[in-house]
Ligand binder design. Sequence first.
Ligand SMILES: *[C@@H]1O[C@H](CO)[C@@H](O)[C@H](O)[C@H]1NC(C)=O
Ligand SMILES: *[C@@H]1O[C@H](CO)[C@@H](O)[C@H](O)[C@H]1NC(C)=O
Ligand SMILES: *[C@@H]1O[C@H](CO)[C@@H](O)[C@H](O)[C@H]1NC(C)=O
Ligand SMILES: *[C@@H]1O[C@H](CO)[C@@H](O)[C@H](O)[C@H]1NC(C)=O
Ligand SMILES: *[C@@H]1O[C@H](CO)[C@@H](O)[C@H](O)[C@H]1NC(C)=O
Length: 161
Amino acid sequence: MFDYPLSLQLIIFAFLLSELEAGITSTTTNVTVDDQDPSVLYSGGQWNLSNPYNSLDCEGFHHFSSQLSAFAVFNFTGIAIYFLSPLWPYSVGAQLVLDGQSRPVFVDLQDHSRPVNSSGGPETVSSAVVWGVENLESGNHSLRVEFAQGRSKYVVLDAFM
Ligand SMILES: *[C@@H]1O[C@H](CO)[C@@H](O)[C@H](O)[C@H]1NC(C)=O
Ligand SMILES: *[C@@H]1O[C@H](CO)[C@@H](O)[C@H](O)[C@H]1NC(C)=O
Ligand SMILES: *[C@@H]1O[C@H](CO)[C@@H](O)[C@H](O)[C@H]1NC(C)=O
Ligand SMILES: *[C@@H]1O[C@H](CO)[C@@H](O)[C@H](O)[C@H]1NC(C)=O
Ligand SMILES: *[C@@H]1O[C@H](CO)[C@@H](O)[C@H](O)[C@H]1NC(C)=O
């Protein structure tokens, strides 16, 4: 299903959501939103798009930043949120804040199964769900992805679901 164009995914999502709100059915579906989707807003610092294409990324690319002030916001309507990311053989992570909660969650995106590669380079583990929250109140929510100061050298954003 993730091969459907985003517009079709959104139509399916909107349809299921309207059914949910009407209480007709409890069917839900996962919709993947890539880091290059216009609904993901980047601010606070320089974000870069990865290069070149890498099949380990969702849709082949991810955003990254090494700046303390960098953050991104994804506002969505739904009942669950997942953060998808590859893993790298060096210090990469993300600090996540859902709905302005005062306690941010740190998500470690380092591939600890490999020796640290101090020269950087591409990811070594394919993008997958690395964090998620379910059973949210049906409605609008906001997820903020921040640089994790003192915990990782890079913040990365590959996809939400
Ligand atoms: C959505 O994805 C999550 C994480 O992979 C999974 O646990 C959940 O069952 C999926 N939900 C649906 C409705 O497919
Ligand atoms: C990120 O983008 C900026 C502006 O285009 C560039 O100067 C910088 O070298 C890039 N950083 C990396 C790590 O690619
Ligand atoms: C996203 O949601 C937050 C919290 O409701 C709100 O403050 C912010 O303005 C929203 N951003 C956009 C671009 O809608
Ligand atoms: C470390 O990363 C560099 C740059 O991508 C790469 O050329 C090198 O092969 C990597 N080293 C190891 C041990 O994987
Ligand atoms: C939820 O967000 C949508 C799209 O931004 C907006 O049209 C709607 O009014 C919001 N609903 C509530 C209850 O805030």
